[in-house]
Ligand binder design. Structure first.
Ligand code: NAP
Length: 252
């Protein structure tokens, strides 16, 4: 069975690791190409956009894809919407592997907002020391709020200078741990954290660290994604993939 996995997340990598040895599943992992050195997966892989909904429909047909797993980041809303539309057009079953969002704990000081723009505005007029653990592509939004000092954590070292007037940069790839993130927030005298509600363990440490230090978090809610079938763990994806296999194919 030819399966396309839309990846770029730790969840996708976990799924790929489970599928790699399965001779009945011929899967290809797709990366957008945002990180410079993606970890080479143990299955075949491709890099780059498909060219919108039409491009993805063409790809599904040309590659004879029988199932699509959307294991992209919860904020990769365009890719996920395209997958819903393209799979409907090409009549290919789609399943999303979507981790649950983080829930506010009793000692959390969250201000929830609907967009990065709203998050930047929520920082207010007075200068703050802000931790941004949100990805390079959104930094321009904060450039419009130059009164703050920013600490930016990025996966790749930036090639050009950041659009921010006052910023320190940390280059690091998750998963992150509570002790390290707590020490980082203290060392840089951070007084507010901006985060997107990604869910999962890999980047939760900053939320726990903010809680431990009594710091407020401006939490961006997840974007809208059209309705689709979804599960929260890799085991459920494997069950979905095995569901239609004949007993012989399942090795029974
Ligand atoms: P996006 O805004 O939803 O995607 C923009 C465009 O990038 C899509 O329309 C598609 O181009 C292409 N694309 C995205 N994911 C792709 C994939 N897995 N394979 C092939 N093309 C893909 O997504 P994004 O926020 O830029 O995220 C890009 C990738 O980074 C995603 O795969 C996501 O899992 C990963 N990632 C994102 C975040 C985040 O915070 N957004 C965090 C960690 C990892 P075409 O329309 O040309 O097909």
């Amino acid at each position: 069975m030819r399966v396309l996995i839309l990846g770029g997340t730790a969840d996708a990598n976990r799924l790929v690791a489970e599928i790699a040895g399965n001779s009945r599943i011929d899967a290809v992992l797709s990366y957008a190409g945002r990180t410079e050195n993606p970890t080479p997966p143990p299955i075949s892989w491709r890099v780059g956009g498909f060219g919108g909904v039409d491009g993805l429909v063409d790809y599904l047909r040309a590659e004879n894809i029988a199932r699509v797993i959307d294991a992209t980041h919860p904020f990769a809303a365009r890719m996920s919407a395209n997958a819903v539309a393209a799979c409907a057009l090409a009549d290919v079953p789609l399943l999303a592997l979507e981790r649950a969002p983080w829930q506010r704990a009793s000692r959390d000081l969250w201000l929830e907002v609907d967009s990065i723009v709203a998050a930047a505005e929520a920082l207010g007029a007075a200068p703050r020391r802000v931790f941004l653990g949100i990805g390079r592509q959104y930094l321009d939004v904060f450039a419009a709020h130059p009164q703050h000092h920013y600490l930016v954590r990025l996966v790749d070292r930036p090639r050009a200078s950041l659009p921010l007037r006052e910023a320190d940069v940390i280059v690091a790839r998750g998963p992150f741990a509570l002790a390290g993130d707590r020490a980082m927030l203290m060392e840089h005298r951070i007084d507010i954290v901006v985060a997107r509600n990604a869910g999962g363990d890999a980047s939760y440490a900053k939320i726990e660290a903010a809680r431990a230090l009594g710091l407020p978090v401006v939490m961006v809610r997840r974007p809208f994604i059209p309705a689709r079938e979804k599960v929260a763990d890799v085991a459920a994806v494997l069950r979905w993939l095995g569901h239609d296999l004949t007993p012989t194919e399942r090795g029974v």
